[in-house]
Design a protein around this ligand. Structure first.
Ligand SMILES: [Mn+2]
Length: 298
């Protein structure tokens, strides 16, 4: 029987779960080596887990204590915080490959965005036509940044080394090199800034349909929390004004889970602000909603 504790090591404060039985796995990846502005993303996974017992586990959308239907097991933090990016990526790929082999559905807690390219090769082996849905303020399409090709500012460029299709939503910050790359690669049509995504309901509904049609059957979702507006989620290292809302995100994610085979997700770049828990609570609730969409929608 599941129980909750107030000071958890486990997501949701749940105890009594086993790796074997749980279909959903939380993998904390406390990595913050390459972030360029605000630091503290390595503290993100712990902050989300600490906030998660405050989530109401009864999900009104599904009229049940959702986790009971699938089980959530929380792994220990992946020991990568001191590694150089290349070693971190290898360590993560190895761990993630084991989880894929065990048929687990994994939610990665970051950590900065540079970790996503460690996940993709592990999934690509099982899902050769994998596409990616990215929620972010930034393109992350630089070829290299501050001397490394594995910076968080290059995360999606590195993912393009593995996949053909990435749909990018919430993007409102791009550098000139990225703008050139976008033209050369002809991917502008897959990039939705908040205005194009839709500041009104009708545009938003149309965009969501379009985005779903652009993704392949098997989809990985990467969520950089700075895709949200900083007025609702200020605790990120590189906040950008003009971001999207909670319901923008839920509506898009729900449509993607309804229509595609989502094979994993990450929720990244939370850099906690001491004494201001709204951001980590929101991140924790988002993680729970994504698990619930995965296991209860179909
Ligand atoms: Mn970002």
């Amino acid at each position: 029987m599941y129980q909750r504790t107030k000071y958890p090591k486990n997501f949701g404060g749940l105890t009594g779960q086993t790796y074997k039985e749980a279909k959903a796995i939380v993998l904390p990846v406390p990595y913050d080596k390459t972030s360029s502005y605000g630091k503290g993303a390595d503290l993100g996974p712990k902050a989300v887990i600490d906030a998660s017992p405050q989530i109401e586990l009864y999900d009104r959308e599904f009229d049940c204590e959702a986790y009971e239907k699938y089980g959530i097991f929380t792994l220990p933090q992946l020991p990568v915080s001191k590694l150089v990016p290349e070693k971190m990526l290898k360590t993560l790929e190895k761990k993630y490959s084991e989880l894929v082999k065990d048929n687990k559905f994994v939610g990665v807690l970051g950590g900065e965005h540079s970790i996503t390219p460690g996940v993709i090769p592990a999934l690509k082996k099982k899902y050769p036509n994998l596409s990616i849905l990215q929620w972010d303020a930034h393109g992350d399409l630089r070829d290299s940044y501050e001397g490394t090709k594995n910076s968080h500012a290059c995360a999606m460029r590195r993912c393009y080394d593995h996949v053909d299709t990435i749909v990018q939503v919430g993007i409102r910050s791009i550098c000139q090199d990225e703008a050139v790359y976008i033209k050369e690669k002809k991917i502008a049509d897959n990039i939705y800034n908040p205005r194009r995504f839709g500041l009104d309901q009708a545009t938003k509904v149309k965009s969501i349909k379009e985005i779903v049609s652009k993704l392949s059957k098997d989809v990985y979702i990467t969520i950089d929390l700075d895709g949200f507006d900083p007025s609702i989620l200020p605790a990120t290292g590189t906040p950008e004004p003009g971001g999207l809302s909670w319901y923008d995100c839920l509506d898009l994610m729900k449509a993607v889970f309804e229509n595609k085979n989502v094979v994993g997700f990450d929720v990244l770049e939370l850099a906690p602000i001491k004494g201001f828990p709204a951001s980590e609570f929101m991140a924790a609730l988002l993680v729970y909603k994504l698990f619930n969409y995965k296991f209860l929608l179909k």
